[in-house]
Design a protein around this ligand. Structure first.
Ligand code: SF4
Length: 336
């Protein structure tokens, strides 16, 4: 049983605390029909040439990864970054129509569209709503190159639409090799093996696939890196990137630490916290946006070399991480 638990929302003047046990969480789905834009100019990157533009048909994510940086976006809606993010899901039923109208005006300037960064485009609700699928159909029509980043095998439902894209890659976010390692941080996601099976299915169908080892949690999952890359290679992946854990706001930090304390031993938590602090110069948070995806110590360099070595050994192509070059410009609050 999950109970409602949210860090104080920094955009609210007051925050409430329950006297006694908080109520159990329940899934609530809201349809947002006032949406005017679905394409967001998110951030500049040195990956695949230039600005990243993203499309998100949902807000919130039932997968509930404790490290998720998208948790902060729920606070703009007046919800919490904790269990609210995982259970109050906003759906944009008009997303495909709006995307078509936007692409009619912007197609010539649109180098690439990413389906990710604010939610998983294949949360279970997508099975019913089919909004990501319909948006991909629009992208195929306008011949916009696309990328999908997901943790869900539901993406295999859309192999037919993915094959119609002018250019497409599907990345599976997989920071942990086993269910046991994943569970404390990704309690409601499909298990790693299910993601690998989906990766193989897409690769066998001729779709470019990749693995995102993100986040690397210092002191926890570095040893998984060689095995993850090997398993991804066996499943036909040709691309890989890695990035370090970044806790972008106080709320996310609070929730991340609280969930570690609930699910890991005290000695394990203390090792992880101390290792992150070493990488961040004494705190759990990065000092600047540019330091967000990398560490500061020689230990991080060793981790990077470990990744690079196995990427070369296994023959991954274009393995550089999608490192943002500067602060996001319009990520929030008009991300959606
Ligand atoms: S699947 Fe992605 S969007 Fe969803 S909670 Fe996990 S990291 Fe966040």
């Amino acid at each position: 049983m999950r109970h409602v638990k949210n860090p104080p929302n920094p955009y609210d003047r007051y925050s409430a605390e329950y006297v006694g046990e908080p109520p159990p969480t329940k899934l609530e789905v809201f349809e947002e029909t006032a949406t005017k834009k679905v394409i967001t100019k998110a951030f500049a990157s040195d990956w695949e040439g230039g600005w990243r533009y993203t499309v998100n048909c949902y807000r919130g994510c039932v997968h509930g990864c404790t490290y998720c940086f998208a948790r902060q976006y729920h606070e703009f809606l007046g919800y919490g970054a904790g269990t609210d993010f995982e259970t109050k899901i906003v759906v944009k039923p008009n997303a495909p129509q709006i995307l078509r109208e936007e692409l009619k005006k912007t197609r010539d300037k649109m180098p690439h569209l990413d389906f990710s960064f604010a939610t998983d485009p294949y949360i279970p609700l997508e099975a019913e709503y089919k909004l990501t699928r319909q948006c991909l159909e629009v992208c195929a029509e306008f011949r916009v190159p696309t990328a999908v980043i997901t943790k869900s095998p539901l993406v295999t439902r859309d192999i037919d639409v993915l094959l119609k894209q002018s250019k497409v890659s599907v990345f599976f976010s997989m920071p942990f090799l086993t269910k046991e390692k994943s569970n404390p941080f990704e309690p409601y996601t499909p298990v790693p093996e299910a993601r690998f099976r989906a990766m193989k299915k897409l690769s066998d169908a001729g779709i470019t696939t990749g693995i995102g080892i993100a986040p690397v949690i210092p002191g926890y999952n570095e040893p998984d890196i060689p095995g993850l890359l090997e398993r991804a290679k066996e499943c036909g992946a040709s691309r890989a990137f890695m990035s370090m854990l970044h806790l972008d706001t106080d709320s996310i930090e609070d929730y991340f630490v609280q969930k570690m304390n609930e699910r890991l031993t005290a000695s394990r938590v203390s090792r992880i916290i101390n290792t992150i602090k070493r990488e961040r110069g004494g705190t759990l948070r990065h000092r600047s946006y540019k330091e967000r995806g990398t560490g500061m110590t020689e230990q991080w360099e060793v981790t990077q070399k470990l990744f690079d070595f196995h990427v070369r050994r296994l023959g991954f192509k274009g393995h550089e991480a999608p490192k943002p070059l500067e602060e996001p410009v319009s990520v929030q609050p008009n991300l959606f």
